[in-house]
Write a protein that binds this ligand. Structure first.
Ligand code: FCB
Length: 450
């Protein structure tokens, strides 16, 4: 009945600091770029912000209990960089201890998009020095937690952060630089490389990165569409994985006219290609691309609009089913991208699906006290089967983490989009396990014993 995975396969749940913690000013914490962004009129749906979010900072202990009760092996969360900068590491100390005491392995991410505003004021990811600051951040954390934390993820979705925050202006820090955003990508990759070095020096047991990947298909076999799709995929997928897994940038970058003007490129690439213990893949949906057709209106196809002067245009992916966020439900895309990664990278480390999940606008608990989210269950079931198909095709996948443990602040979309296995009533902050939580618990319990 439940999809089956090899013994030792790790099930987990994921979250990120900014989306759940709240406690915006606790312990002298300064603002991040997301605090600045959410304060801008019109930036976030309904003008919402994350000052309280899911209030996990104050409710972490009972949240960990809810996570642990599902029987997950791993919990992926991230550190709030501004909180760490303010010296408030006690919170993460307590969180890690609680997880370990509950038998759950902490898998923290150093950086999940909430850059301290003071670093943005100094140039943010367009400034090379930010990469060195990330290494300092890594050092502070591994020094404090390295005796108990074995698994580390450096960065989350450098591609989405670069595309939405630096190339476009739909996420913080809303720079809108177009193809000029490439240095932000390079400096995040450099930060990743520097962080790997710091973590290794401190004896970290297992190091990876979480990258969003998706298949990009051409709308037709017209060579212009095929080339547009190749360029789009290079910019959004391979620019972020080739340097790590091959030690070079993809050729299409040069065809698209975006060089990476870095005096120290060779030395940087040497750092960036540092060996990893696992490769995290976040998957949501595929993308379809065509060469821009004169006079055609492309607005509203992606969640964000790509400027008209780009050499590619997204068109709707054919799918009978969409989440309430409007994302196409295409489980086979996950098998497809895993096989593609294996074929492209001979030295691909074991993969962990570090995020996968769906937003449905769940109704609050009814008279039976339950949240019935059948569509989320069938989404997760289908995607786990897609992972299993990839394993059958010979891709080594060692784990799968649901995005997300708990309903949270979905960036520019605010609180409408609910990805959690645990429902949050954002007026009372009360938690309720959704039916998908019970389903996930039973699926984990039904796996062969390790
Ligand atoms: C990913 C992000 C994560 C969450 C999911 C839905 O791109 O990494 O924080 O917002 O999408």
């Amino acid at each position: 009945m439940y999809p089956q995975f090899p013994p030792g396969f790790r099930f987990g749940m994921s979250t990120s600091a900014y989306q759940i913690e709240g406690a915006a000013d606790a312990g002298g914490k300064g603002p991040s770029i997301w605090d600045t962004f959410t304060a801008r009129p019109g930036a976030v749906r309904h003008g919402q912000d994350a000052r309280v979010a899911s209030d996990h900072y104050h409710r972490y202990a009972s949240d960990v209990d809810l996570i642990a009760e599902a029987g997950v092996h791993d919990y992926r969360f991230s550190f709030s960089w501004p909180r760490v900068l303010a010296g408030d590491l006690d919170f993460y100390d307590r969180l890690v201890d609680r997880l370990l005491a509950s038998g759950v392995r902490p898998v923290p991410t150093l950086y999940h998009w909430d850059l301290p505003q003071e670093l943005e004021d100094a140039g943010g990811w367009m400034n090379r020095d930010t990469a060195h600051r990330l290494a300092d951040h890594a050092s502070a954390l591994v020094t404090r937690l390295g005796d108990r934390v074995r698994d580390w993820i450096t960065m989350n979705e450098m591609n989405v952060h670069t595309l939405y925050g630096y190339a476009l202006a739909d996420h913080a820090p809303a720079r809108g630089l177009g193809l000029g955003a490439l240095p932000a990508a390079h400096h995040q990759l450099l930060a990743h490389g520097l962080a790997v070095r710091v973590l290794r020096t401190h004896g970290a047991g297992s190091i990876g990165v979480a990258q969003q990947h998706f298949p990009v298909t051409a709308a037709s076999d017209d060579p212009a569409d095929v080339e547009a799709a190749a360029i789009f995929s290079a910019l959004t997928n391979w620019t972020f994985s080739d340097p790590i897994l091959l030690g070079d940038y993809p050729d299409e970058l040069i065809r698209a006219g975006v060089g990476v003007p870095e005096a120290q490129l060779d030395r940087d690439l040497e750092l960036i290609r540092a060996r990893l213990d696992f490769y995290g893949v976040n998957y949501y949906e595929p993308t379809m691309i065509e060469a821009p057709k004169a006079g055609k209106d492309y607005s509203g196809v992606l969640e964000v609009d790509i400027p008209a002067d780009m050499p590619f245009s997204p068109v709707p992916v054919k799918s009978d089913e969409r989440t309430d966020f409007g994302w196409a439900v295409v489980p086979a895309g996950l098998t497809d991208i895993l096989v593609t990664l294996r074929d492209r990278y001979p030295d691909l480390p074991p993969v962990i699906i570090t995020e996968n999940g769906a937003s449905f606008h769940d109704s609050p608990p009814g008279p039976d006290g339950r949240v019935h989210d059948e569509r989320r269950i069938s989404y997760l079931d289908a995607h786990l089967r897609a992972v299993s198909d990839a394993i059958t095709a010979g891709v080594r996948v060692d784990g799968y983490y649901v995005w997300s443990a708990i309903d949270n602040f979905e960036w520019a979309a605010g609180y409408d989009e609910r990805f959690g296995l645990i429902y949050v009533d954002f007026s009372t902050l009360e938690r309720t396990k959704k039916d998908s939580w019970f389903w996930y618990r039973d699926l984990i319990a039904a796996q062969p014993r390790n």
